[in-house]
Design a protein. Structure first.
Length: 264
């Protein structure tokens, strides 16, 4: 809703993209249900809905560019090994960041890993780059970029790479999304610079939380338009956001800065 309001109030196009690269979690019919839900609460969009699963060649081209420039390397670490290495890391990287373990493998160690271990993920080498940017709601931001995954070990392209490629290809000028993704933005801006593509502006907006204070999710039970009528959902959004759900009177400066708790 907020992304739609930002776009329409600026007389800009509003584009919808299905981020369906996690093939193990994609279920038939869900995309159509989501689009129907958007329409039910009064949202419209411009042009065709783009599915990332139909854009794999673009992502492969981006990976090839990074490979030619020597910016990606193979990572054989398990999740447990990454947690252990990240907890022991020190220096300029933030807590929990990947410290570049597999970047330091010798040629012999790399050959052993390739022969004995599961297929590797691919990470982009960031060298603890500092990235600064302005957020429409949070103001000046800065992040230190670790060596992050751009292709998972099952061959699936990672979110951070796919959205950078898509945003550039679709001419996206502004991304409006939940502030749980604020930490991802420095990685994406860094990657856009490596690929030589333009990066959008960003506005990270407050989340809806469950009664336990965690991001509202399936574990909190069904909270859909099958349980909450569309008109009631719109009224609740307007109340909790503190803004009119009308592009003609929408004022981003009035958006509530704190998350909202859904109590059912």
């Amino acid at each position: 809703m907020l992304a739609w309001l930002f776009a329409r109030s600026a007389r800009s196009r509003f584009l919808v993209r299905m981020e369906d690269l996690d093939f193990g979690r994609v279920k038939p019919g869900v995309a159509e249900e989501q689009l129907a839900d958007l329409a039910a609460i009064g949202l419209d969009w411009d042009g065709d809905v783009v599915a990332q699963s139909a854009r794999l060649e673009l992502y492969r081209d981006a990976l090839a560019t990074l490979r030619r420039e020597g910016r990606i390397y193979e990572c054989f670490c398990t999740r447990a090994e990454i947690r252990e290495a990240a907890s022991a890391a020190h220096g300029p990287l933030p807590e929990g960041a990947y410290p570049g373990t597999c970047l330091r493998l010798t040629a012999a160690e790399l050959a052993d890993k390739r022969a004995a271990v599961r297929p590797p993920a691919l990470r982009v080498r960031a060298d603890a780059e500092h990235v600064r940017f302005q957020d429409r709601l949070h103001g000046a931001q800065e992040g230190v970029v670790d060596d992050f995954v751009v292709q998972r070990n099952d061959g699936a392209v990672a979110y951070n790479l796919a959205v950078v490629v898509d945003d550039a290809d679709q001419g996206i000028e502004e991304v409006v999304r939940g502030d749980d993704l604020l930490d991802s933005t420095p990685r994406q801006l860094f990657l856009a610079r490596l690929l030589g593509v333009s990066a959008p502006r960003h506005a990270h907006v407050p989340l809806v939380l469950g009664p336990d204070g965690a991001r509202l999710a399936k574990r909190h039970g069904d909270v859909t338009l099958r349980e909450v009528p569309p008109a009631d959902a719109r009224a609740w959004m307007a109340q909790t956001l503190g803004v009119e759900l009308d592009p003609e009177s929408f004022d981003p400066g009035r958006i509530a800065r704190e998350p909202t708790i859904w109590r059912g």
